[in-house]
Design a protein around this ligand. Sequence first.
Ligand SMILES: CCCCCCCC(=O)SCCNC(=O)CCNC(=O)[C@H](O)C(C)(C)COP(=O)(O)OP(=O)(O)OC[C@H]1O[C@@H](n2cnc3c(N)ncnc32)[C@H](O)[C@@H]1OP(=O)(O)O
Length: 213
Amino acid sequence: MNGPSASPPAPQGSEEPAARAVALPPTTPPAGAVLPPRAPEAPAPGTLLGSHYDHCFGCGPQHPQGLQLTAVAGEGLDVTAEFTVRPSHQGGPGLAHGGVLVTAMDETLGTLNWLLHAAAVTGRLETDFVRPVPVDAVLHIRAWVTGVHGRKIYSAAEGRIGGPDGPVAIRAQALFVQVKLEHFTTHGRPEDIKKAMDDPDLFKRARAFEVNP
Ligand SMILES: CCCCCCCC(=O)SCCNC(=O)CCNC(=O)[C@H](O)C(C)(C)COP(=O)(O)OP(=O)(O)OC[C@H]1O[C@@H](n2cnc3c(N)ncnc32)[C@H](O)[C@@H]1OP(=O)(O)O
């Protein structure tokens, strides 16, 4: 793997803080990135995008503590999604945990891959927490592709509370990297991979998403 790497921090006092900072790659598309059309196989605008895996913490309907996030395909390379914050998602009393909100953004950004018909995983995800999100609130998320460069898919999202046009509570930018089915079969826990592969629907869907970089 040739992805960016971060060196462990230098021993304390040995370097200026700036010299120890890690140069992370940007999540904004580089020169030469393109905005491709929707894939011919992309679900029609308005389609409720099903879960990619029943046990997914982000979207799986069979994950009792998960986010059970639901997303709908937009007109272009965009999706909308809703996530209702439940008591099991608390960080501070009565407030959503920041990491859970990041999961909601990650999952929604991940659903953009349906529109490109490409299997991809998150390589980098940046988040701004703008305002606290209470338990019982619905986070209204919109995500869109900002560019594609080789196997890299750049995207952005914002989450609002109090309604789809309410104030922004969280913003995110991400870089996903397209992968082949082997990414999952090689690295996933064998018993879970076997169960998933034995499910004809899931297997068909996974195969349909295979990419040939
Ligand atoms: C089925 C969909 C599920 C969706 C669930 C919601 C989304 C998720 O949470 S996915 C789970 C979290 N993500 C992961 O577990 C990914 C873990 N990381 C990996 O497996 C690998 O590092 C992976 C696949 C990202 C990249 O590895 P690899 O395929 O070898 O790619 P590699 O050849 O190194 O890099 C390809 C390009 O991407 C860039 N890149 C790779 N990783 C990163 C990164 N982390 N940040 C920025 N750029 C990166 C490289 O610089 C390279 O760019 P260029 O083409 O310009 O040279």
